[in-house]
Design a binder for this molecule. Structure first.
Ligand SMILES: [Zn+2]
Length: 282
């Protein structure tokens, strides 16, 4: 599917129309058209849309564990897979702010017990006040604008629109309208090979601060307001320790002299294929 911004000539002037979508449908060996002039233009694709099984290996008989999760879409993310960076960042952001501001944490994947488990290991701040959490943990996976708290810190871990990623602009707009003097930290998914998160520039243009996270790497894509040190375009390296609780070894990186982690098609030995090396300490 592609986004189109059509224009037309109206009363001698070129005017822009509403946003339009161009949908491409690929059919395998089956022609959708009956009209001969359309049917004659139908091409048979050699490739299949289906997944192909390449190999089956016998690994013997072992005890196994089945996993189901309470999450409605049944999705779970194992520890140390890239998306967990988001949650670690969100939880750390909460821990940094819960003493100073009212905080609301909207989560769609971390259960209360898992959250309590992380909290018990994030020992550098005390999450309870008089036996009650200093923040509100709310399970939510849609209609966020209805629950956003104005004049507070809202954290959405994470905003999943599934295939409707093109709606992100409208969803963010709805959230922003509710904030008043508050703010909202929103975690969205990012394809490791892409530069921006889900929805591309539609997710970026409303943000005051836009950070992207790749494996053990964070890049400041956009920081509208900064004081003293302009971090726009800077990349930082880090490690996550204590079972997904703690950012460690945070340092400024710079691009390696190789080309995207490769030297003549082979993994670069200097940056171990990451394309980044530690910047000299100033
Ligand atoms: Zn390199």
């Amino acid at each position: 599917m592609a986004v189109k911004h059509p224009t037309c000539i109206y009363k001698g002037k070129r005017v822009s129309g509403k946003r339009a979508y161009r949908l491409s449908i690929k059919m395998i060996g089956f022609c959708l058209f009956k009209l001969p002039r359309k049917a004659s233009r139908f091409k048979v694709h050699a490739k299949t849309c289906n997944r192909i099984l390449h190999e089956i290996q016998d690994v013997g008989k072992e005890m196994a564990t089945c996993i189901t999760v309470s999450n409605q879409d049944g999705m779970f993310i194992a520890k140390d897979f890239i998306p967990t960076h988001n949650s670690v960042f969100c939880r750390n952001f909460l821990w940094r702010n819960m003493d100073a501001y009212p905080c609301f944490y909207f989560s769609s994947e971390t259960s209360d017990t898992d959250f309590a488990d992380y909290a018990s290991r994030m020992t550098w701040a005390e999450p309870l006040r008089d036996g009650k959490p200093k923040f509100e943990l709310i399970w939510r996976n849609k209609d966020w604008k209805d629950v956003i708290q104005p004049d507070a810190i809202n954290i959405i871990d994470w905003l999943n629109l599934g295939d409707n990623f093109y709606q992100i602009g409208a969803v963010l707009e709805g959230i922003k309208e509710r904030l008043n003097k508050g703010m909202c930290l929103i975690a969205i998914q990012k394809d490791p090979v892409k530069d921006l998160g889900m929805g591309g520039m539609w997710s970026e243009h409303l943000a005051s601060l836009y950070l992207t996270m790749d494996f053990e790497r964070l890049t400041v894509k956009k920081a509208k307001k900064w004081h003293g040190w302009n971090s726009n375009g800077k990349t930082y390296g880090f490690q996550i320790i204590d079972g997904g609780c703690h950012f460690a070894n945070v340092r400024l990186l710079q691009k390696c002299a190789c080309y995207g982690g490769k030297v003549r098609g082979v993994e670069c030995a200097t940056c171990k294929g990451t394309g980044f090396i530690d910047a000299p300490v100033r």
